[in-house]
Design a binder for this molecule. Structure first.
Ligand code: DGL
Length: 258
């Protein structure tokens, strides 16, 4: 095999801007590891698609990231993880893959009311990863799973503060509040970008974002002996590039590399 001409990077993918909520935690934890981010916005959203279709898109993005120097790949997308994580690990046994799974474990451990809400998308809710997480960690806890497809687009558009978006967000959160949930798991990486509005409709409820735990896992799996070289962080999209770069500018503080 030809040696890869690109410096080794942490590859991060999502259907859109959601994974940037994970990327900023990776930058915080590993500020000297260059990163490569791919937003597959031409195929957004992944959540409502059949898993087989999402798997095809994620396979293509994974190839792109590997060709551009990814030494670790983060599926910074719950839906992509649900559809593809096992397959990718089988296909590339030498590449460390870090996936997202709904953070039911910390929520179930911390709940005082015994009720936990999970906001997510269809692929994630129907996937084996989520079923396994529920079986392992949710014993004795009431879990209210809410599939909330519109929230992905609201996060992409940055429109969380419009009256229409607020009504949609409230509609998803209200049943959790009414059921006395004290934690809401954000099981889609787009949702941390809606935290203000979610929190406004769920006062006193803890929003659980697994991004810091994922960043810790990335630090653990970075290959031993591979020294990160100073290199610019890169941002790609299959969608509208100028729009995407503007979002990157807004949400990612330029991290120092090298
Ligand atoms: N950000 C992705 C996730 O964490 C999904 C958004 C989508 O449906 O494309 O699941």
């Amino acid at each position: 095999m030809e040696p890869n001409p690109h410096p080794p990077k942490i590859g991060v993918l999502d259907s859109g801007i959601g994974g940037l909520s994970v990327l900023r935690e990776i930058h915080r934890r590993l500020p000297h590891h260059p990163t490569l981010y791919y937003a597959d916005q031409a195929h957004l959203p992944y959540g409502p698609r059949p898993a087989e279709e999402t798997r095809r898109y994620v396979a293509a993005v994974t190839r792109f990231l590997l060709e551009h120097g990814a030494a670790v790949i983060v599926l910074a997308c719950n839906a992509a993880s649900a559809a593809s994580l096992y397959d990718l690990r089988e296909k590339y046994p030498n590449v460390p893959f870090v996936g997202m799974e709904p953070a039911v474990k910390p929520a179930a451990e911390a709940t005082k009311t015994g009720v936990v809400g999970v906001l997510t998308t269809r692929t994630t809710a129907n996937g084996h990863l989520y079923q396994r997480v529920l079986e392992r960690y949710a014993g004795g806890v009431q879990v209210i799973t809410q599939i909330a497809p519109e929230l992905v687009q609201i996060a992409e558009n940055g429109s969380q503060h419009t009256p229409e978006s607020r009504a949609i967000i409230q509609g998803y959160v209200q049943p959790m509040v009414a059921a006395n949930a004290d934690h809401i798991v954000l099981a889609c990486t787009h949702f941390p970008f809606l935290s203000d509005t979610l929190q406004a409709f769920a006062p006193g409820i803890t929003l659980v974002d697994p991004a810091p735990a994922v960043a810790r896992q990335v630090a653990r799996v970075w290959p031993d002996g591979l020294t990160p070289q100073p290199a610019p962080n890169e941002y790609f999209t299959s969608g509208n590039n100028s729009r995407f770069q503007a979002v990157v500018k807004r949400v990612i503080t330029p991290p120092v590399t090298g």
